[in-house]
Design a protein around this ligand. Structure first.
Ligand code: TRP
Length: 334
């Protein structure tokens, strides 16, 4: 707790361009949650290094993600928004927690298995201990809740296990965090294969709407979206393409599924796709305008980056020092 508020921690990696799926599934939720919780949101750039990055591109993309958080509506005065790599406590805590994590439990992580299959030429130790760094992120801030996608729940589970293991030996040091998975309907699927999640790393650019796509591109991508056989606009399991478009329309227009199917009763796919596209354009317009403004104001973003890194360092250092002391590391002489 900070004051009378519970603590929330979350973050995204700066790999790939953020998609409508990231926005409707995560970012938009964060903004709502930021009223209720004391929030820490990181740009998880250390995690991104488990895969080889082009330095110049990586730096640009990380700053862009940071700016997008703010453009999307997260207030950097009320929330702590920072780069993971600016707070050295993350790396230090990850080392300490490494010593409380078993090889066996890390080998069972499905993301490690998937990623090592995908990057067979670079199965580095960082990829293996990735969940320990994530545990450090969360535990440093004594987070009560952690909004994550379903694919990250296993990492949250190992975070809880590590925290409990530590607490069992050293007393109540860490808050045990709870996962928070957003409501269904916010899970946005690929426009080209609606059985797959819309992903920022998809190689087919038509599969995803990127937050900075211009209106024409957005409309074109929706026109090309894969739909199902038949011609009816209804929410049925055998129509994953239409379901996805209904979900997107619902999330961007605020109308529910019934209202939408009634609105498009007797109308064709073409008309529906255009309406969904326009609704997405409408919701992204203010975000894109704000993004432009923010990107033009380098001094402002710089000052926010600095201020928030200091805030994150201060909070995380308190936990780090406590842990070091519990472990019997020699205290610093002042
Ligand atoms: N692993 C997360 C992802 O790929 C990103 C992440 C890193 C994270 N540290 C975190 C998410 C801590 C929540 C809390 O999506």
């Amino acid at each position: 707790m900070i004051g009378d508020k519970k603590i929330l921690y979350s973050g995204m990696q700066a790999t790939g361009n953020l998609t409508l799926g990231n926005y409707l599934g995560a970012l938009n939720n964060w903004i709502k949650l930021s009223e209720e919780y004391e929030c820490f949101y990181g740009v998880m750039d250390l995690h991104s290094l488990t895969v080889r990055q082009n330095p110049a591109e990586f730096r640009k993309r990380a700053r862009m993600l940071y700016t997008l958080y703010i453009a999307a509506g997260l207030d950097p005065k009320k929330n702590c928004i920072y780069f993971q790599s600016h707070v050295s406590a993350h790396a230090e805590m990850a080392w300490l927690l490494n010593c409380f994590t078993y090889m066996g439990e890390l080998s069972r992580m499905t993301q490690f298995k998937d990623k090592s299959a995908k990057h067979a030429d670079n199965i580095n130790a960082g990829l293996f201990t990735y969940p320990v760094l994530m545990a450090a992120d969360i535990l440093l801030y004594q987070a009560d809740v952690v909004p994550v996608g379903i694919d990250q729940l296993q990492h949250l589970e190992i975070t809880r296990d590590i925290a409990e293991r530590f607490n069992n030996i050293y007393g109540d040091v860490f808050t045990i965090p709870e996962g928070y998975v957003g409501k269904t309907g916010a899970k946005i699927m690929s426009l080209q294969d609606p059985t797959k999640k819309m992903s920022k790393s998809d190689e087919n650019i038509n599969a995803s709407i990127y937050l900075l796509d211009d209106p024409d591109t957005i409309i074109r991508k929706f026109k090309r979206a894969v739909t199902d056989s038949g011609s009816e606009i209804c929410y049925r399991e055998d129509k994953p393409g239409i379901c996805n478009l209904i979900d997107i329309y619902s999330a961007t227009s605020g109308k529910n599924r019934d209202e939408i199917t009634r609105e498009f009763d007797g109308k064709g796919y073409g008309e529906f796709k255009l309406a969904v596209g326009e609704s997405v354009v409408d919701i992204l317009k203010p975000l894109q305008a704000r993004m432009k403004e923010l990107q033009a104001d380098k001094a402002y973003i710089d000052s926010i980056i600095k201020e928030n890194a200091e805030k994150a360092s201060y909070t995380s250092m308190k936990t780090l020092r406590k842990v070091q002391k519990k472990l019997g590391l020699t205290e610093r002489i002042r």
